[in-house]
Write a protein of this length. Structure first.
Length: 245
């Protein structure tokens, strides 16, 4: 039985300055999960915000994640497909992941077909209602000129700025009231009506398995509180909580 795993919103590094022991514990959980994927899985989909901030220079990538890099390379070397969709915290992904680790990068939501089922994978940022300000900011930050200008800043200063911006973005997401007028649910329902069987997103940090008329919408939750993930066994999609084996 071929298993496909889905995970999002790990936010590696967000407590590296304030509570490094929490970051270390989270890294250990993640490495354990990836080892489980290595021994049981065929495919891993990272649906955004693996990092609380990511920016790679031509010769510099964020330090402190060498064990993660090694584990991802072990997955791809074994023939496991790994696809990393850029989130709103790690959208500045460059060539390091595909060239060095063999991880396929997705900059936009994408479709995935598995065992005759159609999956639509999106991070989820920008789908909430009344988010015009964020949508404008996203366009500015992802502009090629913005990236070029940011790359001119020394990494030490740049990463400090980025941590501050990431915290504000995370605080905004955490206080966002999705409620019954959840634009993410509405978007998922629209995609299901277009013929997809499953819509999978992250971003909101709350695990959700929502059965709709035409299919299923799953929000993957996060790894700061819930340690949640999804797995598809070619028959059914399950939302689970990772526990140390």
């Amino acid at each position: 039985m071929a298993l496909t795993y889905f995970i999002s919103d790990v936010h590696l590094g967000f407590e590296s300055k304030t509570h490094p022991e929490n970051e270390e514990a989270k890294m250990e959980r993640l490495l354990g999960f990836l080892e489980h994927v290595r021994t049981t899985g065929e495919r891993l989909i990272i649906a955004g915000d693996l990092f609380d901030f990511w920016f790679e220079y031509r010769h510099v990538v964020p330090r402190g994640y060498h064990r993660l890099y090694t584990k991802l390379e072990q997955l791809t070397s074994r023939g496991i497909e790994v696809r990393f969709l850029a989130g709103n915290h790690d959208f500045w992904i460059g060539k390091f992941f595909p060239k060095v680790l063999g991880v396929q990068i997705e900059k936009k939501p994408f479709e995935l077909g598995i065992a005759g089922r159609r999956f639509y994978i999106a991070h989820g940022d920008g789908f909430a209602k009344n988010d015009t300000g964020y949508l404008i900011l996203r366009r500015i930050l992802r502009n090629k000129l913005s990236v070029a200008l940011f790359s001119m800043i020394h990494p030490t200063m740049a990463f400090g700025i980025a941590r501050m911006v990431s915290k504000k973005s995370r605080d905004y997401t955490g206080t966002k009231n999705y409620g019954e007028e959840d634009g993410m649910k509405e978007f998922a329902e629209r995609m299901l009506n277009e013929g997809f069987d499953y819509v999978i997103m992250g971003h909101r940090h709350i695990p959700l398995y929502h059965i709709m008329e035409k299919g299923v919408y799953v929000n993957l939750g996060d790894w700061m509180v819930h340690n949640s993930y999804a797995v598809f066994d070619e028959t059914e999609l399950h939302l689970k909580t990772w526990k140390t084996l």
